[in-house]
Design a protein around this ligand. Structure first.
Ligand code: NAD
Length: 262
């Protein structure tokens, strides 16, 4: 018996990186998973790759998490396929470094839109479905070390990830009466496409001189001595989706190898 056997889960931002790993770990522990992403073709390929092992437990959806109608359609598709919704991971996220003094409205709105508003809409629409089912549920949001400290070249990203923390707390308070828990987890530096792109962007804005330098410098203080792989995150995310975490709500779990001791 897996830790999340037969739980119906949605993971957004699941075409690659942390989201894909979260979804695959859930499948491995018996869940039924909808992999959702704005990159429809790529996320469909992820679902296909997992169908060989997990058959009908896997589905996928193209979704822009900033678009409420698309989020509703993703949830409707999941419920149609698997009968209900038990757990949503609001994991889709973006970053686009800019020097603090150069941050534009477009940069702010893009990042706050996906990371902040996308999380809010995902929470609301998932909760609506869970309330209708009447059996509670779990909402799990992806925060960051940038939810705990403001860094100079990624100010809107930090603001958006602090927003994820407060949304987790607000949602936990509001949804407790429906037996819905809201938690989050905060990775540090995880080797994914996002960090490869951040590394390139930091070079473009003059904050680093050679590939890999930004990641090395940023990671120098990690007590565990190395950056994370997506697989370092999934023991905790599966725990947060399982009944073992039922008495937790409104909390963010740091999974950063000891970068920020808060
Ligand atoms: P990634 O860039 O590898 O994957 C992010 C996924 O989100 C992509 O597949 C992308 O297509 C999708 N996405 C982007 N905008 C979307 C939208 N509007 N609607 C739906 N999907 C969208 O990134 P990752 O490193 O796997 O990051 C996953 C989450 O973890 C993000 O919220 C990120 O902020 C957070 N995080 C990452 C790190 C890290 O070091 N990689 C650290 C802390 C937090």
């Amino acid at each position: 018996m897996g830790r999340v056997t037969d739980r119906v889960c949605i993971v957004t931002g699941a075409a690659q990186g942390i989201g894909r790993a979260i979804g695959e770990a859930l499948l491995d522990e018996g869940a039924k998973v909808c992999f959702a992403d704005i990159n429809g073709n790529k996320v469909a390929d992820v679902a296909d790759a997992n169908r060989a092992d997990y058959g009908d437990d896997v589905t996928s959806a193209q979704v822009d998490v900033t678009d409420r109608d698309q989020v509703r359609a993703m949830i409707a598709h999941t419920v149609e396929t698997h009968g209900r919704l038990d757990v949503t991971f609001n994991n889709a996220g973006v970053n686009k470094p800019m020097n603090f003094m150069d941050v534009t409205e477009d940069n702010w709105n893009f990042i706050m839109g996906v990371n902040g508003l996308g999380c809010m809409i995902g929470m609301q629409e998932s909760a609506r479905q869970m309330i209708q089912q009447g059996q509670g549920g779990k909402i799990i949001n992806t925060a960051s070390i940038a939810s705990r400290q403001g860094f100079d070249n990624v100010a809107p990203y930090c603001a958006s990830k602090w927003a994820v923390v407060s949304l987790t707390q607000s949602g936990a308070r509001d949804l407790a009466k429906h037996d819905i828990t809201v938690t989050g987890f905060a990775p540090g530096v995880v080797a994914t496409e996002m960090w490869k792109q951040v590394d390139r962007d930091l070079m473009d804005i003059g904050a680093a001189e050679r590939p890999g330098q930004a990641m090395e410098e940023f990671s120098a203080e990690i007590l565990r001595g190395r950056v994370a792989r997506p697989e370092d995150i999934t023991g905790t995310t599966t725990f947060l989706a399982s009944k073992d975490s039922d008495y937790m709500t409104g909390q963010i779990v740091m999974i950063d190898g000891g970068m920020t001791l808060v």
